[in-house]
Design a binder for this molecule. Structure first.
Ligand code: GDP
Ligand code: MG
Length: 170
């Protein structure tokens, strides 16, 4: 079992990424998550099956104090921003720093973190360059992917990559 948590600004596409992965669906009218939502998915990887427990957090500031409950026990954290919003990138960097800080001060030092730049289909409205995300991820030792929950670009790849990384450890 791999427990993971999605963090990032409200509207970045966390719920949409999970629904694309778990149900193969996308909606332009995704309801905002209240508090946090829980999903599970089983994925076969070679001969092994890997069960994912996914906590999808809300992203609003008023739920911020709840976030540590979800990321403290997680094996993987996916920090999501929206390539059309510089604010969401700034907030994603805050999440990365927060998780790295708690990792440093707690026993959960084996957490794998991914930085995910979502809404890659909205190239015409892009505000955050690919290189900016990639460079920030590299500096902080994170994996980096650009995804689209809408077109499914790199969505399965993201979860398979996490499974591949962590299957050995579990
Ligand atoms: P969350 O608050 O991070 O969970 O974000 P949601 O999953 O609720 O998505 C917020 C809005 O962005 C919704 O209207 C989604 O339909 C839209 N959205 C999410 N992912 C994508 C994407 O990859 N491309 C586009 N074009 N829209 C997206
Ligand atoms: Mg949501």
């Amino acid at each position: 079992m791999i427990s993971q948590v999605l963090l990032g600004d409200m509207g970045a596409g966390k719920t949409s990424l999970v629904l694309r992965f778990v149900k193969g669906e996308f909606s332009e009218y995704q309801d905002s998550t209240i508090g946090a939502a829980f999903f599970t998915q089983v994925l076969s990887l070679n001969e092994a099956t890997v069960k994912f427990d996914i906590w999808d957090t809300a992203g609003q500031e008023r739920y911020h104090s709840l976030a540590p409950m979800y990321y403290r026990g997680a094996a993987a954290a996916i920090v999501v921003y929206d390539i059309t919003s510089m604010d969401s990138f700034v907030r994603a960097k805050k999440w990365v720093r927060e998780v790295l800080r708690q990792e440093f001060t707690s026993s959960n030092s084996s957490l794998t973190m991914f930085l995910v730049a979502n809404k890659a289909d909205l190239e015409a409205e892009r505000k955050v360059r690919y290189e900016e995300g990639e460079e920030y991820a590299k500096e902080n030792g994170l994996s980096f992917l650009e995804t689209s929950a809408k077109t499914a670009q790199n969505v399965n790849e993201l979860f398979y990559e996490i499974a591949k990384r962590l299957a050995k450890a579990n």
